[in-house]
Design a protein around this ligand. Sequence first.
Ligand SMILES: Nc1ncnc2c1ncn2[C@@H]1O[C@H](COP(=O)(O)OP(=O)(O)OP(=O)(O)O)[C@@H](O)[C@H]1O
Ligand SMILES: [Mg+2]
Length: 275
Amino acid sequence: MPCSSTTRNPFTGAEAPAVDVKVDGMSKSYAGVEVIRDVSFSVESGEIFVLMGPSGSGKSVLLRQVAGLESPTSGTVRLSGHDPREEATRDHVKLALVFQAGALFNSLSVYDNLALYPREHRQGNEKAIREKVMHSLKILSLENQEGKFPSELSGGMKKRVAIARALVMEPQLLLYDEPTSELDPVMSATIVEIIGTLKDQFKVTSVVVSHDRALAMSIADRVGILMNGRLISIGPRSELEHPKDPVVADFLQPKIDIGHPRFKQLENQNQKAIQ
Ligand SMILES: Nc1ncnc2c1ncn2[C@@H]1O[C@H](COP(=O)(O)OP(=O)(O)OP(=O)(O)O)[C@@H](O)[C@H]1O
Ligand SMILES: [Mg+2]
């Protein structure tokens, strides 16, 4: 359930204050083109908030503003009251972002990918770092994979390594960008289960950007729908079953009209190619 007041460190078991997210009137433009338009929402501590929307609607851009990787053009993002763009915020809020494409370093082994952050931040000696890395790999069912390089991993394993690397950062807030894209249904279900487990066991607050309705239906506490840069709907996951807004319904259950002229045109092209 959401509203946790503390998170639990996955390695030490130590408790830390849980993190909430507040986005208020946020817009983002690139070269004068507005891609996020006056978006406001909040994520309670310990909650899984799933952000859905069509390709190009601005989901990754929105997540980058929440992570503090970029500054919104207007409006504010606050993580437990702190601006993610400020250096001092890292003293109060530990966040980790699981990137859409994994963003693993191809020249580094799985072990070194995970050890990079704790080494750079001088989090203990090599023995302590090793313990943390191996524990993260175990949580993600990646035992004995530490010596492999990203090119030797399947897509599903890469996603799990990316999550394990985020976990090493001991996050209170986990941001996932399309964690199940390009995966088969079984591997998608595994990743969904992992996201739910990280929330249940460690009480991390999670924002998950996804096209995956099955993911939203199984783990979301609340779901936001982003269309063309605007947050057009926000509510509990049960609302996905019978959306009131026809635009939302159309996105969730698109109807393909095979009588549409575009399909006829394709059919003609195919027939010509065969002849
Ligand atoms: N750095 C950038 N500079 C200029 N335009 C950008 C930049 N990043 C994103 N955009 C534009 O912002 C819009 C939203 O992009 P975004 O990557 O957030 O989409 P998305 O919803 O994550 O799509 P997908 O589901 O395909 O990942 C797109 O039109 C994109 O071209
Ligand atoms: Mg994206």
